[in-house]
Write a protein that binds this ligand. Sequence first.
Ligand SMILES: N[C@@H](CCC(=O)N[C@@H](CS)C(=O)NCC(=O)O)C(=O)O
Length: 239
Amino acid sequence: MELYLDLFSQPCRAVFLLAKVLEIPFEFKYVNLATGQHLGDEFGKISMMRKVPVMKDGEFVLTESTAILEYMVQKHRAPDHWFPSELLLRARINEYLSWQHTNLRAHGSKIFLLKMLFPLMMGCEVPKEKMDAAMEDLNMSLIQLENYFLQNKPFIIGDKISVADIVAMAEIMQPVGTGVDVFTGRPTLSAWRDRVTAQVGVELFKEANEVIMKAKDLSQNIDKTALEMMKPKFQKMFS
Ligand SMILES: N[C@@H](CCC(=O)N[C@@H](CS)C(=O)NCC(=O)O)C(=O)O
């Protein structure tokens, strides 16, 4: 199996973590988003979607991280708690995975884009009111994660870790990588982070997050040509 990944990306980190935790052998195919490798001809032959992650298992190519996660769990007959077959537990995971796209993912990504890419693309610092509004949205998502999805349970579906926790943690690390401390003052979230880290293993957690924790170096490394290629999309997003 080949996994096309850039660990800057949240869904890539989720796929990477699960593949590692489940000890699924795979070839790590690095797709450098900062140099626009995903926009080039070579990656275009793998996926016309031009996004990572992508999984290639033999001739079978799959995009969309949640589909890849479920595929890996099923194909490798992972312990049931990762994506339980029981109706209510599976429904809870699907509820989280549906919610997170337009909430935690959208809001965490926005902080990352504003802090890391806005100054490069727009040539100025982010206006305070834009950043305040983005922080407010992120806080709302974190409150919903704590008060609705986690409550007083160890993990999102209950006593056991599942793909929902892996996906949530991958998203949360995006704003964290830009220096936003989401954990201080949130004991529920912090305790959950510690449990997830312990379950996947401290070393693996560190390995998966090494790149995002150096996000501040992005501005030094981003390729100027790639920046120009991505500019119209981001300008539309930022205006
Ligand atoms: N819904 C997709 C999202 C994939 C996605 O948006 N990937 C981003 C990185 S986080 C990407 O490749 N972006 C490149 C681009 O949009 O040009 C998934 O969960 O796999």
